[in-house]
Design a protein around this ligand. Structure first.
Ligand code: NOJ
Length: 497
């Protein structure tokens, strides 16, 4: 098995992780400072959201130079040190590659927009203004009801931007673009980076003449971009990763059906892994989760599944399923016991909710500030940050801080650490098959099986107690309580005979 199949990934949104230079924004040295914590937590690989030079209109997902580090986060040397230190601890690090669009500040776009005959004109997606005044298509850009097309005054043509106007889409049909982008991958791979999370990777191929379905919500053009050409480009990308040993590509395929997600693995020649975001929309009910697990298992036969509870674009789990301690714990158990690679978003191990953002503190054009609140490290002022962080903290930050939770036997943090230890000890949790999936009332049951080891995971999703009724239990590996019955929201992991 490859390392990334057995690893637990931990997503760091660097602005919100930890700040060392006192400017209120987290930095690379802040990650270095917390490596003891991450090692003790027991995660295996770090995914660091973009740290490249950027005007930060989308907080780094608008890249102005793919081969550098924004001074807000530190220097290339800081990143080299971080990489070496991560490796010295036996961990891995992947970066966040943003191939669909650049910042409008990127020199490529500056050159492209400089004239219709510019050498890089075709590096972006330009369309002529039509005599009838119609836009090139009816696609709507993310987070708005505005068009993806903006008319560039200088050259009187439209350019495409699926996100902000300051995030023009690259034209992946142009071979020079593909070669230039592949070179940016090699730059980081040579530096020793273990791979990439690839931002909205399913968007890189485009059928512009397919109309949006107006009945779909914002970003409705996304499903329509699930086109064959993208898979050709993914194979090219994969072959770059294959030039190096042991690297990984995990794609943000923002499609919600596991069936479609699974196609992005190709024949083992496209992505190594792809996010399965259906979990973000799955209600907290045993039946709904069983259905998701079943369809994921059925569609991911030659594709290694991934699991997430939240990320920097979505409401945190605690806010989504309700801040019920039992549910938060049970969800973590689910994340860490399903078959596949779990991606844990920094702060989930603390059970953080979204922060409440007053109107005068809103900074994100996509309304996602709440899930990006700073990690509270200590009970003290600003959660141990050297100065006031860029976003407000979560409520009860002191109580939820690492300092408070590490000292409490039954905290979310300690429970997560115990589960991560359990995962390391039991190969069946990492590599085993998932069997005997079942729902009784609102109780979810499944087994993880490898060779002679058979582990049963039982979770009560209900607000009422439920009978356990298991016969062949050899030992209890994890339990939310010692009760004979499963309390509301309770869980157990049993070793079976
Ligand atoms: C997905 C990223 O996760 C999100 O934060 C970003 O705004 C968009 N892609 C555009 O890059």
């Amino acid at each position: 098995m490859a390392w990334w199949q057995e690893a637990v990934f931990y997503q760091i949104y660097p602005r919100s992780f930890f700040d060392t230079n006192g400017d209120g924004v987290g930095d690379i040295n802040g990650i270095r400072r917390k490596l003891d914590y991450l090692e003790a937590l027991g995660v295996d690989a770090l995914w660091v959201s973009p740290i490249f030079p950027s005007p930060m209109r989308d907080f780094g997902y608008d890249v102005a130079d793919y081969c550098g580090v924004d001074e807000l986060f530190g220097t290339l040397d800081d990143l080299r040190s971080l990489t070496n230190e991560v490796h010295a601890r036996g961990m891995r690090i992947i970066l966040d590659w943003v191939p669909n669009h650049t910042s409008s500040d990127h020199p490529w776009f500056q050159e492209s927009r400089s004239g219709r005959n510019s050498a890089k004109r075709d590096w972006y997606v330009w369309r002529e203004r039509r005599a009838d005044g119609q836009l090139p298509n009816n696609w709507i850009r993310a987070w708005s009801d505005e068009s993806v097309w903006t008319l560039d005054g200088e050259t009187d043509e439209y350019f495409l931007h699926c996100f902000l106007e300051s995030q023009p889409d690259l034209n992946w049909d142009n071979v020079e673009v593909r070669e230039a982008m592949k070179e940016t991958l090699r730059f980081w791979l040579r530096l020793g980076i273990d791979g990439f999370r690839m931002d909205v990777i399913h968007l890189i191929g485009k059928e512009l003449d397919v109309d949006d379905d107006p009945s779909l919500a914002a970003l409705s053009h996304v499903p329509l971009n699930d086109v064959p050409r993208t898979h050709d480009y993914l194979r090219e990308i994969r072959s770059v990763l294959n030039e190096f040993d042991d690297r990984v590509a995990v794609g943000e395929v923002y499609l919600f059906e596991p069936t479609r997600v699974a196609t992005y693995y190709g024949q083992g020649d496209e992505l190594h892994m792809s996010f399965n975001f259906a979990s973000l929309m799955t209600p907290w009910r045993a039946q709904s989760w069983a259905e998701l697990i079943e369809v994921t298992e059925a569609t991911h036969t030659n594709a290694w599944p991934t699991w997430v509870l939240s990320n920097h674009d979505n409401q945190r789990l605690a806010s989504r399923v309700g801040e019920t301690p039992a549910r938060i714990r049970a969800a973590m158990l689910l994340l860490l016991t399903l078959r596949g690679t779990p991606f844990l978003y920094a702060g989930e191990e603390l059970g953080l909710p979204d922060a409440v953002i007053p109107a005068d503190r809103v900074v994100d054009p996509g309304g996602r500030d709440g899930c990006r609140a700073p990690i509270p490290w200590t009970k003290g002022a600003f959660g141990g940050w050297p100065s006031e962080p860029w976003l407000p903290s979560v409520v009860r930050a002191a109580e939820l801080s690492v300092e408070s939770q590490i000292a409490q036997e039954s905290s979310y943090l300690v429970a997560t650490m115990e589960l991560l230890t359990l995962r390391r000890r039991h190969r069946a949790l990492r590599r085993g098959s998932l069997e005997s999936l079942d729902v009784r009332g609102d109780v979810l049951y499944f087994e993880r099986v490898l060779d002679a080891e058979r582990l049963a995971v039982v979770i009560n999703f209900a607000d009422a107690p439920a009978e356990l009724g298991l016969q062949n239990v050899a030992s209890v590996l994890a339990a939310s309580s010692d009760d004979e019955v499963l309390e509301p929201g309770g869980y157990r992991i049993f070793q079976l005979n």
